[in-house]
Design a protein around this ligand. Structure first.
Ligand SMILES: N=CN[C@@H](CCC(=O)O)C(=O)O
Ligand SMILES: [Zn+2]
Length: 416
């Protein structure tokens, strides 16, 4: 299939974009892309590709933007129920950490999720996945983390693998058994940390040998935060995971600066996420590493908190920056990377070009898939979008409407 007559074909060439390089879109005006066998077979001008492939079935992009599908590198997609009541409590003055300390927050979603059957969890998660796809996300990282005990966490992992196997939105699984301290051990975070290390991670490893098929091991993540896991406990969990061969991620500096970003850099984690209260020393450590800094602007927006990730400082330091939705039932039920881009332009002070690169090729790097998705380059997976606009800067500029007209996943046009 030859997709032609794109006003702007955004190719995002040359791999992940560090520091001031961020925003290299590789725009081909009046561009075209040849898709064969679910992969990108050629990119160029419409005139060139039409001359070279005259008999190829054609799809007219109609003078609109064509670009890679968004990669959402941080989601909590699997949960049951909702927390609308907590939203209201926050508006009335309670903080997220206060609600969490009083037995609400993450553990209240844990109660609902533990009770839900596999089919219920799949149905509720599938509905969100479809919405992500309609908004242009073609690959998403997805975390467990609403079980907080081995069987329930593995149940959520099973949901993720089964939904991924259905096709459509492609999922990159992450194990987040260390998402919060469960009610059972709420006065003893160290006991739960020890349980994650000695029971959950080995069980996950064994489960993966039986159920993971050919897939690489999933990421292991931890919520390093006041009221969740301390820096030392996070180190214990991530070090144990690394020893078992798992690739790593961390939630760091959402509310307090505990040093989780430096820990991520030291352990070679794929990403460190949130990074709102990150110190200059942590930023420098990240910038010296290949750990991607993942900003989640929907989260402070969702909490009506004025503090956002210091994205410009990360870029000045020559760090790798990506953006993600952080979709979750507590702080940020947002299915749209377009909205993430709109927030990133305003609150992270990124240009639309920087935000687009942070939501595609750099986001792919944050989930270890930069060789396969996130750009339109020869041999990569044909995951692409046709927008309803002729200038990519409408991403960021406009918000609250879906500017994605057509989604193509592995070369297949998805039903609208
Ligand atoms: N901060 C920790 N985890 C999620 C929130 C999850 C929830 O509140 O249910 C986050 O990344 O924002
Ligand atoms: Zn998260």
């Amino acid at each position: 299939m030859l997709i032609h007559s794109a006003s702007q074909l955004l190719t995002l060439p040359g791999g992940p974009q560090r520091g001031r390089e961020l925003g290299r879109l590789g725009i081909i005006p009046n561009g075209a892309v040849l898709v064969r066998g679910g992969k990108i077979a050629a990119v160029g001008s419409t005139a060139e590709l039409r001359a070279d492939f005259p008999n190829e079935p054609a799809l007219d992009a109609g003078g609109k933007v064509v670009m890679p599908g968004f990669v959402d590198p941080h989601t909590h997609l699997v949960w049951a129920g909702d927390r609308a009541a907590e939203f209201e409590m926050r508006l009335e003055g309670k903080t997220y950490l206060e609600i969490m300390a009083a037995g609400g927050g993450i553990v209240s979603t844990v109660r609902a999720t533990r009770q839900a059957s596999l089919e219920t969890l799949k149905d509720q998660t599938r509905a969100r996945m479809r919405s992500l796809l309609r908004h242009g996300t073609t690959t998403a990282e997805a975390k467990t983390g609403y079980g907080l005990e081995t069987q329930s966490e593995l149940h959520q992992m099973q949901v993720l693998l089964e939904l991924d196997a259905e096709g459509g939105l492609e999922l990159v699984p992450t194990f987040l058994g260390a998402h919060a301290i469960p009610q059972e051990t709420k006065d003893n975070p160290q006991a739960f940390t020890d349980q994650v290390v000695s029971e959950m991670l080995p069980a996950l490893h064994a489960w993966w040998q039986a159920h993971g098929g050919q897939r690489p091991l999933p990421y292991v993540d931890v919520f390093c935060e006041t009221g969740a896991f301390s820096l030392e406990q996070s180190r214990q969990i991530l070090t144990a995971a690394k020893a078992l061969g798992f690739p790593l991620k961390i939630h760091a500096d959402e509310f307090d600066n505990l040093g989780g970003a430096s820990l991520a850099a030291e352990l070679g984690a794929a990403s460190a996420d949130h990074l709102v209260k990150t110190s200059a020393a942590d930023i420098a450590a990240l910038a010296r590493s290949n750990t991607v800094a993942v900003a989640l602007p929907c989260t402070p927006f969702g909490l009506a908190d004025p503090h956002y990730t210091p994205a410009r400082a990360i870029l000045e330091a020559d760090g790798l920056l990506a953006v993600a939705s952080d979709i979750n039932p507590g702080t940020a039920w947002c299915e749209s990377m377009q909205f993430v881009i709109a927030l990133a332009c305003r609150y992270l002070r990124l240009t639309p070009a920087q935000a687009v690169a942070a939501a595609t090729i750099n986001a792919a790097a944050a989930v270890g898939r930069a060789e396969r998705v996130g750009s339109l380059e020869l041999g990569k997976q044909a995951d692409l979008l046709i927008l309803s606009v002729d200038d990519y800067r409408h991403l960021g500029y406009r918000f609250g409407t879906n500017l994605v007209q057509t989604v193509i996943k592995r070369g297949q046009i998805l039903p609208a």
